[in-house]
Design a protein around this ligand. Sequence first.
Ligand SMILES: Cc1ncc(COP(=O)(O)O)c(C=O)c1O
Length: 472
Amino acid sequence: MRQSNLSANCGMLCDTIEARKERPEMNAHTHATLIEQDRQQLHPMYHPSRTENAVMVEKGDGVWLYTTDGRKILDSMASLWNVNIGYGNHELAQVAYEQMLDIAYSSGFAGMTNPPSAALADKLAGFFRPNMNFTNFTSGGSESSDTSFKTARFYWYQLGKVKKTKIISRLTGYHGMTLAATSATGMSKFHTMFGGVMPGFIHVRNPNPYRYEGELRDGETVAGAAARELEEAILREGPDTVAAFISEPIQGAGGVMIADEGYYDLVAAICKKYEVLFIADEVICGFGRTGNWFGCDAYGINPDIMQFAKGVTSGYMPLGGIQVTDEIRDVINGAPDDQSWMHGYTYSGHAAACAVGIANIDIIKRDGLLENSRVMGQRLLEGLGALVDEFPNIDNARGLGLMAGIDVVQSKESRAGDPDTAEKISAAALEMGLRARPIGPAIAFAPPLCITADEVDIIINTMGDAITRASG
Ligand SMILES: Cc1ncc(COP(=O)(O)O)c(C=O)c1O
């Protein structure tokens, strides 16, 4: 039976924060003045109303965040699904420190390189798939999306198929916020005020088995219908114009959408049939989040391009990248000099970030975090299932490893989402010391992979209290 967690977790004061004492410029500021200073910052996903009571985090430890107004919060979102090994890891700080003393950064543009980026590329060679041995580094997921799209276009250009430039992605998919990544992102709220979707980006429905809004023909599964829609889109656009299809193995920012069974096999066959490259966006799913090294592992997906970010450094340094198949590598390597792969960023192959990436992967291995993700993920899923049993407005508990979600609904019969109550539940949870993320009618959970059983239970108990308070 779920225990009420209110008294245990509410209003805890954080420990003395040593680092703050040693930094005079921080000491000068109270929480209120920091919030005032922060008004000069245009934050991502900004609206002024959302910055009024911003959570000002000054320290983290494991799954816990400590704020400048003395709160201790269990972060069941690992920030943005990315602090996989947990907060406050001194080993990564030491690795970054030592690397910065040697060389923090130098150019990675062709003809220049550095030992950590070479070592990380070598470590990643064949790590995801035996036929993927060539890595390009970026600073994050959006840059990785653009890099994938441009590499797909480059590949077809080199093969003489110059019209193959279009990118197909899925509704409610999220691939980042650069202009091209935004266009691939399948949510209109990111397009409307910014000039719409760029030409050459097409969206198809995602195979959400709980709430599929497309046509289901006789005997057709959701997977079959969504795959058919992809095939229809390719045929409508013309296969000779489509470069690639991009998909997250499990959609994260779209509300933890797990595809209907069999979908990826159908999609792989369609991509092969029409010579469309498959790009797997592992930015959230990669590096242990789903209890596997990669989200593709759970579905047997063998993409042509794989992109990563977030968990590769657990957020200790900004780093991302793409990996391509040996076939694509050979095309890149075989291009004439005047058609070089003219792409890259100042911070591609950043030495300190790559050094942290290497150490982070070693920690995930050494500390058995994949196994913990599986075991704690199962406990979390069972707890969320108990909330579904207990509350009439909570449904559709789902998850893989430590990537999970529930839906807040008007009723279980209608399955109609209730985003307002999802917001209220998440706000109540935050007041009680738990950070969970409302995404439309869904509430998502993706805690650090080092979470313990007791901490999983705190998530479930606090959610139960928050649902009771917000729904009552
Ligand atoms: C699946 C996926 N792809 C790409 C991105 C973009 O990554 P970034 O915010 O590092 O640019 C995100 C960010 O959340 C993501 O979830």
